[in-house]
Structure formats: structure tokens, C-alpha cells
Design a protein around this ligand. Structure first.
Ligand SMILES: Cc1cc2nc3c(=O)[nH]c(=O)nc-3n(C[C@H](O)[C@H](O)[C@H](O)COP(=O)(O)OP(=O)(O)OC[C@H]3O[C@@H](n4cnc5c(N)ncnc54)[C@H](O)[C@@H]3O)c2cc1C
Ligand code: FES
Ligand code: FES
Length: 1285
């Protein structure tokens, strides 16, 4: 029987019909090849966690190419003759680490580490594909595929740019320092020495290994005897035809009506696939589709990948005048998808996606249509039809294939400009894309023809045909023509509302604005006001940079030492284990939630599972009735869990997407498919419009049942100099946590109960909830957490629902149950950051000093009141100000959405945003400097801000840059800049119990720590080890930290609110001190090395294990973190896009326990905050409550090019902290809150544009998040504003 033959890390694999087309490469790598280093998250090409490297011969030349792919998008049956390299294949502890893995670790480019293997493999692929000759710009441009939620990308970018030929001196110096100091080249995992440690014993082994790697890199052995004959892999259900010629493709098409062509198969990232049809024809290697020919026209085979297409465009545009325009297309293609998708995604596939769904904003369709391209369709070999692209959209493609696209040369009389406007810098489909081609009469500025093509408007709108006709014979570079055209466009561009896409109103005006941009680009100098010219641009980030300034006291090392994370190297090598990485157990089952996708209020009466059980492999279905104990994952024995939330909805549906049942199968995907086939029966199906927002609740008759007044705080003072009474509001939306590791639990039956590997931040909640739901004593449940692939609060209370579900299955089935919640379910079923609405009235004097302030806020809890954060919101609302004249009222609201939950800096984000908005509002309305207004309202005593503000102003050259901003804005009508500065006080407070157990082994005096904290990227283990090493006086590499378990750490509090590291480090310090006390009598008898001391202690019967539990009775006391931030942004008023040009953050970290870890926390938190304020938008279907932005295609956290172009972090100098642990301060959350500054900067930039437009100077409430749409709409463009002179 024919087989698909490929290699993984040099080892040959063969697959046959036993593998269906829906088995992806990532599933195979993880579950069949048992290589768990490759991760997955979105399974749609949107996150990069699954990137692996491929080497293969590519037709037509059969040249061997190396490139990255998203292994989640590739069917295992597509891998014929591929040589796949996974993260394990490039380096490991056993074989020695690869330089890329080592550098990413050394540059602190990994926090939770879940994204790290994907980043390493993307870098490896691009580095190898360029024969190691890569430039800084190329590096920075190559990671559109990879999302990192933790680091803020700066250290990742720097680690990888250090490989560039043109890497700047500073980066080279870091590499040299690292190599010198740590013998980096020769270190294996155990030899990850810290800055002070120069010993390394494994050089020879490593050098030998590097040679081996070199050999592998250069003489890659790919499967020989390329077979070019079509063959078929067949099973009872599917036929997979691997075709090499068009003739064979048609033969296969004729053999089965129920067929599908597959080229790169990346289209499933756009439109998620249901089932494959019975015949799948793999056309990726069909020679006729791979060729390009240049004669008069350029003919491009439909099977050419987008990466190859860019190469072709690059070459031909440089050498052929008629095709110079291809450079513009090249630039545009650089914004299409990202490298791994472009490497295998083809022209034909892209155009066919547009054919299948005319709404798709295909950039290729747009580009080809703009330049007058044609498409050739074959219905059999040699029977071709060539047609225009719009015609193709209506053409019946059944049993046909796209063969090629034909692009004409363009004469020198033609001018071309294209645009693609996206919600973030890269890896996003267009909001609107546009192509403009003008053909002028010879030596004239009068138009012979004009082509105006748009995407993102509606299914049917392609050309602005009326306007095109109107332009003929006109000079487009006059105000008169421009206005005529814009008004014509206004009439003919009629976008259709298409949520969650931005509004029709925005897309219409944006489309008009893009025409204006193109004219600004093409217009001769003498016909344009120079201040308008820069309006043609779109932001194109070339490179970013950063600096970090902190003091370190060597006398304290390893405390206060800038070390890499302990687990950095294993994370970068894919060796770090997450819950879903524990090896497969025999007979394990996979679970998936069946969710109630109906309007809230519907009543469940039963389930019809017949269809689901028809799928082979489905073996069980459980509902609330099967739960032996309490049906709640939020048991009341646990703090802050005020309300029971059901594990499985038993009757009334509380929100769209609520889990109601669990289906199990022998394969993850089978369970997920089956879940969609379970029919939920309802005795009542509600059609009532759900209440999804605070406003809708406040306006509803149900308001009284849905509101709780938490607190009213009255002022203790009032001023009597009220000169201005001002009032306003602020409305904040939710935020999806976007952890890269999805909610996961693996429950394993044991002799006396269950071991549950859970991706949770809270051992105690999870173990208690499982015990209660199974009606078992808690001592029969052991919850184990090695690490999380990000949590950000989203894994505090929510994971216990998944853990209870997996435990229920494991308990009832007596089988291991593995439960990874797929992204769409994860997004719809799990609550988010609490939205907030607030309003205020403030009376101030002429200087802006508050005489009284009344503010009321409401927080949206979703459907349950759990996790009330209102008291903390008030505490953070005080920030750095004197609140004695303030009256504050806080309320909680119930809406018909998933129960909302903590999300990084919960309460502080909202509290600080509210008060900073008020400060800006006061300053704006009385015409004062916002910094002075802030200073005036602070407490006079012990106020660190005058000094800190001055320091930051000096460090960032604030005054000078402010002048530059003013001058820039005077010279630019459409690009506007703003520079803002903001102070912040963030109160750290303690709660809960955290234990630590320190054990010392007598045989070698090595130390092991088990604690109740959860490592989730924040560097907890590294800080704890540093404190332990410091207190015991041993080298850091003597210490290991073991997974956290409820067995060793019962009753441990949630790790969150920035305090986990401190509390666990405190407990560890105390435990170490207990052991030291026991060792003192021996020490007093002589001078011993550490090893000798421990041996003697062992012989003397000294207990070498100690435990200590931090509790609020201990001496850690609340304290303040102070910070000041300056941010400069540039905003493109013609699109709403922005570029953060520079950010400076001065933060008081006390005496940092671990400076590089703290830098990472600050940068990562700030960039996650930027996402919250800019691109991350939650859009719900108003009639059902369904979350529409529920995938990577629609929800956009920042990517590598969205970070500040220049990010400078300074730790406050000479800082300490008498209340915190060893003088340190927490860093995990505070910087998130600083990101609110971007709102003020946007407002200032938009204000400048509005003033230029002649609007009165008035306060602006830009919609939040400040998406491109909200910014653009705040400008209030009118077509009359779009002028040339
Ligand atoms: C994360 C991500 C981001 C993306 N961003 C963008 C973007 O910004 N702009 C944009 O334009 N596109 C974008 N895309 C789409 C991407 O360009 C396409 O997925 C890709 O080009 C499809 O090519 P493929 O070979 O993988 O198609 P496949 O997935 O193999 O096929 C797609 C469809 O085309 C059919 N087909 C394939 N080849 C032929 C042929 N020769 N003749 C007839 N039918 C054929 C298939 O049967 C299938 O129905 C993105 C995709 C992803 C996954
Ligand atoms: S899992 Fe493949 S890109 Fe997200
Ligand atoms: S380190 Fe990148 S997602 Fe956590």
C-alpha cells in the first residue's frame, strides 16, 4: 500500500490510510512521534506556537529549500518527502543546545516559555533559509507569525537580531559578554551559569555537537529517489491523492464528486474546516502549477507559494522596466499573513478562498485586479479559459482548477499605489485594502484611465466604477477633481455591516481616505501643500530598540544579580513541561465541552447525542446529573468565591457558550467534533435580547435585580475655592487574557484518588473543587502544576471548571482524561477582565486643585458576582493623590456574559485609568499643564514624584522632544504626534498563605525547594532560588525547584496580584533560616565547606528539611510602587493607525531581587497594557450574546511590531523597601497600568488634527479600546478636509 514518507529530526516515518487528512503535523509530532516540545494554541496559523522547520525539494527546479510552517495547518498526509525539524531536532540537553536556543534564553526572551519553541523554530528557519546571512531588518520582519503574551517582545527581538550581519555594537557586545562570562558556546542545560560563574566543564562535548549540527545544517539528508508519480493513500473513509501532474489531478477529480483540492492547506486558518470530503487531492507538487514565465506578460503558476511570489516580484521588478511596479506588490505582500503561511500558501489557494467567500479581503485578488491581471482556469488538460478576476468570482469552479494568473507590463505612463489597513502592524487581514492605478496620457497629467479597487467593503464591491469613469480625461491632482472624486466615492462605496469587522461607517470613510492617501503620494510637488504630503504614508516599522538601566550590588549576589531565568534554556529547547505535555497513558480519553450556544435564559431539558455517538471513537457523555457531589467549581470554602458557579449548566443557561456537558473520545479532535454534534434540547429557548453591557443593565427594568452597591466612601474634607465644575465619564471594556497555553487539565486515576495536572494558578481552589464535585475527601486529590504557559489571572478561578470536568471523567471512567479547551470555546466560555463604566463631577480651583470630587463606577461581573474587585479598585483609584476630598461609590453589575475574572492588574488598571482621566480632564478644561495639575493634587509629604518626574524628564529629554512634537505637528496635517507623561502609585498588599519546603540532600548538599506558588513566567522560581542561595550561601546551581503540588502545599493561596514571588521567597528565606539555625552548632565547631557541613549535619541527625508558611501575620507589610512613564506616539489620522515611537518608564523596584526578571515583568506588562488600550476588542452579537471576536483571526493582541520602537526602562536609583522582602518591590502588574497613558497621547494627537480641521478645541472621548476605527472616527473627517492645496 502506498505511504506518505517523511522524516522528523532525521528519523523516517511512514503513514498510510490509518491516518485521516485531519491529523495535523502538530498532532502527529506530539502524539505519534511523542515530541512534546512543539506546542499549539490556536490551530489556525494565528499564534506561531506550532512552528517547525521543513526542508524539501520544491518543484519546478527541485531545489532544496528550508522554511517554516505552522504545523497546525499541515495535514500529516501533506508531508510526503518532507524533512521536518522540530525544536528537539536542533538542540537539547542531551545533544547540546543550539545557539538560537541559548541566545533566546540568555537575552531573557522567555517568560512562561510556551511561545519560545515556536519563536526559536521561526528564527532557525529564517536563519537557515538565508544561509545565516540575515540583516536586522529581516530579523525584525520575520516574526509576524509568533505571538508572545509575556515578554513584550523586546528581548526576543534583540536575541535574534544579535545574529544579524549588521547587528549593532551594543548587541554584539552583549553576545561577547555572554560568551566570555559564561563560556556560552559550551554550556549545556545544567551549565547555565550565572554572571559570576565562569566554570564550565562541558566544552568538548558541546563543540563536538556543534560540528554535528553544522554537518546537519549543511548536508541535510533528504529522502532520496524523489518519486514523481501520482499515488494514493486510502482508507475506508478517505482517499488522499498525491498528484504531480495536472492530468492526474483531473483524473482524480473525475473519480469522485465529493473531492477537495489542497495546496498549502493554510486556507483552513481563514475558514475553519469542517470534515474533509472523501477524496482529497494534494496539488502542492503539481509541476505545471509551479512555474512562472516572463514573455510579454508575466505568467504565474497558481501553485506558486506567496513567499516564492515575493522572490519572483523582487527579481523581476529590479530588472524589467515594464514590471517595476511589482515592487509595490512585493511591499504589499509583505503584509499578507506571515512567513510560515506564505511559505506554503499559494496564489490559487488565496484566490479560491475569495471565490468561496466573496467577503474575504484577499490581498492577492486586490493586487492582481488593480494591475489588470487575468486568471486561467482549466477544466481538463489543455482546455483553459482565461478571464478577468471579477468574472472568475462568478465562474462555476466545480471540477476545475486555477492554473495561472497573468500580469501585464505597465507603461511608464502608469502610476500605482496600494494600501492595506489592519488593526495591528502585522498578521491581520485588511480592514479595508485598496489598489489605485492611474494611466496618464503621454506627457500629460490628464488621465487616460483609472482603476480603483477595494476589498473589505462588501461581497460585491470591487471597483469604484463610476468614479473610475469620471476620472478619465481629468487631472487628478487638483482640489476640484479630488473633491469630485471623493464625493463620488462617498456615493458609490456602500459597505455592509459585518460584525465583528469594524463598522460600515468607518470602512466607508477609510476607503475614501485611502484614495486621498494615494493622491498625496503621487501628486507632483508643485501641486501640493507640503504639510499634507506625509499623509500618504503608512507606518512601516523597520527596527526597534530598548535599553535597561539598573544598579546591581555585587556584594549581594546572587541576590540582586541580573541572572537568566532558571528554566530559560529548557523552555527555549521545548524541554519544559506544561500540563498537556505529560506523556500519553494507555487508554486515555480526551474531553470536550458541549456548550449551550443559545440566548441566556433558555432552559435545558435534555440532550440528543445520537449523531455524536455515530462518530467512531466517541465513548461517553456526561452532564450535571453525573456529578456525584456539588456541581460547582467555585466552592464557598474558598476565599473570594462568593457564588456557586456550575461546572455544567443543569437548567437555565446563564450566557451564550456556557458548558453543559462533556463528551469524550479516543482523540482530541474527535471529541471536539462530536461536541458540535450533540443537540441540546430546550424546554424554553429564549429570544430575549441579552443584557451585555453596563449601560444596557442600567437602562433596563431589571436593573435593581442586577446591581449591588458595594461601598460609598465619603470625603473627610472639602475645599471652598470651587472655580470650575467639570463632569465626564470613562467606559472601559473587557480583555481576553490570551494565555498561549489554553485551559488544560489531565486527570489520572491513582490508587487512592486522582492526580490532576492542571494549568491553574490556585492549587487549593482546584483540589477542593474537585474533591467536592466528586464527593471525596480532599486528601484523595493531588493537584500538580509544573508551570503555566501564561495565566494573567485567567487561570485563577476558571481552571477549576476544566479540572473538575477532567476529574469527573477520570473518576467515572477510571481512565486518564485529557482536556484542552480549544481556543474558540476557551474564548467564549471563559470570563474576561471586568468592564467598567464611571462618571465623575469635580470642582477645582483656578490651578486645578480638587475642592471636591464625586465619582461613581460600575463593574461588570458577567453572570456571577464572584471575584469582586471594587474595594481594590478604589484603593488604586487613589494612586498618587490625596483623596480626602473625594466621594466614591462603587457598584457591581450582573450581565448575561461569562463570569468575568481577574486579568493582569485587575482593579489597578481601572482605578488608575479613572483617576488619570480625571487629572487630564481637569488640566485640559482649565488650560493647565497636566503634570502640574497632578503634582498639585498629590500629598505634600513624602512625595517621591517631584524628583522622579524630574529624573524621567531629564532622562527622556522631555522638554526638547515636546518642542519637536509641536513643530512636527505644525508641519504635518495628517500625521500627528503627542508626548505625554504620567505618574503612578500602585499599592501592593498581601493576603493568603504560601508555604515553602526546603530540603538538602546529604549526598551532595544539593538543595530542593517545593512551594505553593505557581510559576507562570513571572520568574518566581528564579527569585526564590536566588533568595535561597543568598541565605544559605550556596551557588545558585545547587538549587532546584520542583513542581507545585497540593500534596506538599495544601491550603496555598492563589499566585497573583504580583505578590506570589515575594511571599514564596519570604517563606523560603524563613525555611532556610530554620535550617541554618540547626546547622549553627556544627558551624561553631570548625570551618567547613557547604558539602562538609551538610555531611556532618547528616551524621549528627540534623533535620535537613524545613518548612515555613508565609501568612499575613508575618512582617511583610503593604507598600507602594512608584512609577513615571513618558510615551510618544505618532498617529496616522487618515487611517487611525499609530506607531508608539518611544516609551520611557522609571519604576521603583526597591532593591530588585532579580533585575533582568523585573525588566521583563515591566516590559511585558506594559505591552500587554498597550494591547488592552489599542487593538484588543471584544465584540458580541447583540441579539444572542455570542462573542464574535473569538479567534486569532478577529482578536488581536500586540505583535512584535506593535511594541514601542524605542523602549527604555530605568529602575529608580538608590531605592529600597523597608516593608518588602529583602528591600525588593513587586513588578508583575504595575507597569500594565501605565499603559493608560496612550489614551491621553491619542487624545492629544487627535486634538491637533481636529484643530487643523477647524473644529473647536474641545475635550474628546475616544472610544476604548482606541482601535484604528475609534481613533479615526474621533477625528470626524469630512471629505472637504481632504485637499491638496
Ligand atoms: C493566519 C493567516 C493569515 C492570513 N492573512 C491573509 C491576508 O492578510 N491577506 C490575504 O489575502 N490572505 C491571507 N491569508 C490567506 C492565505 O493567503 C491563504 O491561506 C493562502 O494563500 C491559501 O493558499 P493554500 O495553498 O494554503 O490554499 P489551500 O488552503 O490549500 O486551499 C484553499 C482553497 O483553495 C482551493 N484551491 C487551492 N488551490 C487551488 C487551485 N489551483 N485551483 C482551484 N482551487 C484551489 C482549495 O480547494 C481550497 O478550497 C491568511 C491565512 C492565514 C492562515
Ligand atoms: S497553533 Fe499553529 S499557529 Fe497557533
Ligand atoms: S513567554 Fe511568550 S507567551 Fe509566555
Amino acid at each position: 500500500m502506498a505511504e506518505i514518507v517523511f522524516k522528523i529530526n532525521g528519523k523516517e516515518h511512514k503513514v498510510d490510510g490509518k491516518f485521516s487528512p485531519d491529523v495535523t503535523l502538530v498532532e502527529y509530532i506530539r502524539n505519534v512521534a511523542h515530541l512534546r516540545g512543539t506546542k499549539f494554541m490556536c490551530r489556525e496559523g494565528g499564534c506561531g506556537a506550532c512552528v517547525v522547520n521543513i526542508r524539501t525539494a520544491q518543484p519546478p527546479s527541485n531545489e532544496i529549500k528550508t522554511f517554516a510552517v505552522n504545523s497546525c495547518l499541515v495535514s500529516i498526509l501533506s508531508c510526503h518527502e518532507w524533512d521536518v525539524t522540530t525544536i528537539e531536532g536542533i538542540g537539547s540537553e542531551r545533544t547540546g543546545y543550539h545557539e538560537i536556543q541559548r541566545r533566546l534564553a540568555r537575552f531573557n526572551g522567555t517568560q512562561c516559555g510556551y511561545c519560545s519553541p515556536g519563536f526559536v523554530m521561526s528564527m532557525y528557519s529564517v536563519y537557515m533559509s538565508k544561509n545565516k546571512n540575515i540583516t536586522t531588518k529581516e530579523v525584525e520582519n520575520s516574526f509576524a507569525s509568533n505571538i508572545c503574551r509575556c515578554t513584550g517582545y523586546r528581548p526576543i527581538a534583540e536575541a535574534f537580531k544579535s545574529f544579524a550581519m549588521d547587528a549593532d555594537e551594543a548587541l554584539r557586545d552583549i553576545v561577547i559578554d555572554l560568551e566570555d562570562l559564561h563560556s556560552l558556546k559550551s554550556c549545556t542545560r545544567d551549565c547555565l551559569k550565572e554572571y559570576s560563574d565562569k566554570k564550565c566543564s562541558t566544552k568538548d562535548k558541546q563543540n563536538k555537537n556543534s560540528d554535528k549540527l553544522k554537518l546537519k545544517d549543511n548536508n541535510w539528508c533528504i529522502i532520496e529517489n524523489l518519486r514523481n508519480e501520482t499515488f494514493m493513500v486510502q482508507s475506508a473513509l478517505y482517499k488522499w491523492v498525491k498528484a504531480y501532474s495536472l492530468a492526474d489531478v483531473f483524473k482524480a477529480i473525475q473519480s469522485d464528486d465529493n473531492y477537495k483540492l489542497i495546496a498549502g492547506n493554510t486556507g483552513q486558518g481563514v475558514n475553519q474546516l469542517g470534515d474533509y470530503p472523501t477524496t482529497v487531492i494534494d496539488i502542492f507538487s503539481v509541476y505545471e502549477l509551479k512555474e512562472h514565465v516572463l514573455d510579454v506578460n508575466l505568467i504565474l503558476g497558481a501553485g506558486i507559494s506567496l513567499s516564492e511570489l515575493m522572490e519572483i516580484f523582487g527579481h523581476i521588478s529590479a530588472s524589467n522596466d515594464g514590471f517595476k511596479y511589482l515592487q509595490e506588490l512585493y511591499n504589499h505582500l509583505d503584509l499578507v499573513a506571515h512567513m510560515p503561511v506564505r511559505n506554503i500558501g499559494t496564489i490559487g489557494g488565496n484566490l479560491m478562498l475569495k471565490h468561496i467567500n466573496n467577503d474575504f479581503q484577499s490581498d492577492l485578488f486586490l493586487l492582481f485586479e488593480t494591475v489588470g491581471g487575468l486568471i486561467t482556469i482549466a477544466e481538463e488538460v489543455g482546455k483553459n479559459t482565461t478571464m478577468a478576476l471579477p468574472e472568475f468570482l462568478k465562474f462555476d469552479m466545480n471540477r476545475k482548477i486555477i492554473v495561472n494568473v497573468i500580469l501585464p507590463p505597465l507603461s511608464q505612463c502608469c502610476s500605482l499605489k496600494t494600501y492595506k489597513i489592519m488593526p495591528r502592524a502585522q498578521n491581520s487581514h485588511a480592514i479595508v485594502n485598496a489598489g489605485f492605478l492611474f494611466k496618464f496620457h503621454h506627457n500629460s497629467q490628464l488621465l487616460e484611465s483609472a482603476t480603483l479597487v477595494y476589498g473589505g467593503i462588501s461581497k460585491i464591491f470591487i471597483h469604484a466604477s463610476t468614479t473610475e469613469a469620471m476620472l478619465i480625461g481629468r487631472d487628478p491632482f487638483t482640489n476640484e477633481t479630488l473633491q469630485l472624486v471623493l464625493k463620488s466615492l462617498q456615493e458609490e462605496i456602500l459597505p455592509i455591516e459585518n460584525p465583528p469587522e469594524p463598522s460600515a461607517e468607518y470602512r466607508k470613510m477609510l476607503a475614501i481616505s485611502l484614495y486621498y492617501k494615494a493622491i498625496l503620494y503621487l501628486c507632483p510637488d508643485d501641486k501640493i501643500n507640503p504639510t499634507y504630503r506625509s499623509g500618504w504614508k503608512v507606518f512601516k516599522r523597520e527596527t526597534s530598540k530598548g535599553s535597561q538601566s539598573f544598579e546591581t550590588d555585587e556584594s549581594l549576589w546572587p541576590l540582586n544579580q541580573p541572572v537568566s531565568k532558571l528554566e530559560a534554556l529548557v523552555q527555549c529547547a521545548g524541554e519544559a513541561e506544561y500540563s498537556n505535555d505529560i506523556p500519553a497513558m494507555s487508554e486515555e480519553v480526551f474531553a470536550a465541552f458541549v456548550t449551550a450556544d443559545v440566548n441566556p435564559g433558555s432552559i435545558i431539558s435534555g440532550f440528543d447525542t445520537k449523531q455524536a455517538f455515530n462518530i467512531s471513537g466517541v465513548s461517553g457523555f456526561y452532564t450535571a446529573k453525573d456529578i456525584p457531589g456539588n456541581n460547582t467549581f467555585t466552592p464557598s470554602k474558598i476565599p473570594i468565591m462568593d457564588v456557586d458557579e456550575e461546572i455544567l449548566c443543569s437548567k437555565e443557561v446563564m450566557y451564550y457558550g456556557q458548558p453543559t456537558g462533556i463528551i469524550i473520545a479516543d482523540r482530541e479532535l474527535t471529541a471536539q467534533k462530536a461536541a458540535k454534534l450533540v443537540k441540546i434540547l430546550y424546554s424554553y429557548e429564549s429570544t430575549k435580547k441579552p443584557l451585555l453591557t453596563i449601560d444596557s443593565v442600567l437602562e433596563s427594568p431589571e436593573m435593581n435585580n442586577r446591581i449591588t452597591n458595594n461601598q460609598v466612601i465619603d470625603p473627610t474634607d472639602a475645599g471652598n475655592d470651587v472655580k470650575h465644575v467639570l463632569s465626564g465619564e470613562l467606559k472601559l471594556k473587557g480583555q481576553y487574557h490570551h494565555y498561549m497555553e489554553l485551559q488544560t487539565a489531565v486527570a489520572v486515576p491513582t490508587e487512592d484518588g486522582l492526580d490532576v495536572y492542571s494549568s491553574c494558578q490556585w492549587l487549593d481552589l482546584t483540589s477542593v473543587a474537585i474533591a467536592e464535585c466528586l464527593n471525596l475527601p480532599v486528601n484523595r486529590i493531588n493537584v500538580i502544576v509544573r508551570r503555566l504557559g501564561g495565566g494573567y489571572g485567567g487561570k485563577i478561578s476558571r481552571p477549576s471548571q476544566i479540572a473538575c470536568s477532567a476529574a469527573l471523567v477520570a473518576y467515572l471512567e477510571r481512565k486518564t482524561c485529557r482536556f484542552v479547551v480549544p481556543l474558540i470555546t476557551n474564548m467564549k466560555s471563559v470570563g474576561k477582565r471586568l468592564p467598567l463604566n464611571s462618571n465623575f463631577e469635580v470642582g477645582v480651583n483656578d490651578d486645578g486643585l480638587i475642592q471636591y470630587l464625586k465619582t461613581t463606577f460600575h463593574q461588570d461581573h458577567g453572570y456571577s458576582f464572584n471575584e469582586n474587585i471594587s474595594a481594590r479598585t478604589i484603593a488604586h483609584f487613589y494612586s498618587c493623590y490625596d483623596p480626602k476630598r473625594w466621594q466614591i461609590e462603587s457598584n457591581s453589575i450582573i450581565t448575561d456574559t461569562a463570569s468575568n475574572t481577574f486579568c493582569r492588574s485587575p482593579s489597578s488598571t481601572e482605578g488608575i485609568a479613572m483617576i488619570e482621566n480625571i487629572m487630564e480632564y481637569i488640566a485640559y478644561n482649565i488650560g493647565k499643564d497636566p503634570i502640574q495639575v497632578r503634582l498639585l493634587n498629590m500629598e505634600a509629604e513624602n512625595n517621591p514624584f517631584p524628583d522622579m518626574i524630574n529624573q524621567l524628564k531629564n532622562d527622556c529629554e522631555y522638554d526638547k522632544r515636546n518642542e519637536e512634537v509641536i513643530s512636527f505637528n505644525e508641519q504635518n496635517r495628517w500625521m500627528k504626534r503627542a508626548l505625554k507623561l504620567m505618574p503612578m502609585t500602585f499599592e501592593i498588599y498581601y493576603f493568603g498563605n504560601y508555604n515553602s519546603v526546603v530540603s538538602i540532600y546529604h549526598a551532595d548538599a544539593s538543595v530542593v525547594i517545593c512551594h505553593g506558588g505557581i510559576a507562570m513566567g513571572q520568574g518566581l522560581n528564579t527569585k526564590v532560588a536566588q533568595v535561597c542561595a543568598y541565605v544559605l550561601g550556596v551557588p545558585l546551581d545547587k538549587i532546584r525547584i520542583k513542581p507545585s503540588t497540593s500534596l506538599i502545599s495544601p491550603n496555598a493561596m492563589v499566585t497573583g496580584a504580583s505578590i506570589g514571588s515575594e511571599c514564596v521567597a519570604f517563606a523560603t528565606k524563613k525555611a532556610c533560616e530554620i535550617i541554618l539555625d540547626r546547622l549553627n552548632p556544627i558551624k561553631a565547631k570548625g570551618s567547613y565547606t557547604w558539602e562538609e557541613l551538610i555531611t556532618k549535619a547528616y551524621e549528627d541527625g540534623v533535620d535537613l528539611q524545613a518548612t515555613y508558611m508565609y501568612s499575613s501575620k508575618d512582617e511583610l507589610k503593604p507598600y507602594n510602587v512608584y512609577a513615571v512613564c513618558a510615551l510618544e506616539v505618532e498617529v496616522d489620522m487618515l487611517t487611525g493607525n499609530h506607531d508608539v515611537r518611544r516609551v520611557d518608564i522609571l519604576e521603583d523596584t526597591g532593591r530588585s531581587l532579580s533585575p533582568m526578571i523585573d525588566v521583563g515583568q515591566i516590559e511585558g506588562a506594559f505591552v500587554m497594557g498597550l494591547g488592552y488600550w489599542t487593538s484588543e476588542n471584544l465584540v458580541y452579537d447583540e441579539s444572542t450574546g455570542e462573542l464574535l471576536t473569538n479567534r486569532t483571526w478577529t482578536y488581536k493582541p500586540p505583535g512584535i511590531k506593535d511594541i514601542p520602537a524605542d523602549m527604555r526602562i530605568y529602575f529608580r536609583r538608590n531605592a529600597g523597601n523597608e516593608h518588602g522582602l529583602l528591600q525588593s518591590k513587586a513588578t508583575g502588574e504595575p507597569a500594565f497600568c501605565l499603559a493608560t497613558i496612550i489614551l491621553h497621547a491619542f487624545r492629544e494627537a487627535v486634538r491637533s488634527a481636529r484643530l487643523d480641521a477647524g473644529y473647536p478645541d474641545q475635550w474628546l472621548d475616544i472610544g476604548i479600546p482606541c482601535t484604528a476605527e475609534n481613533i479615526f472616527m474621533a477625528v470626524e473627517h469630512k471629505v472637504e478636509h481632504f485637499l491638496l492645496m
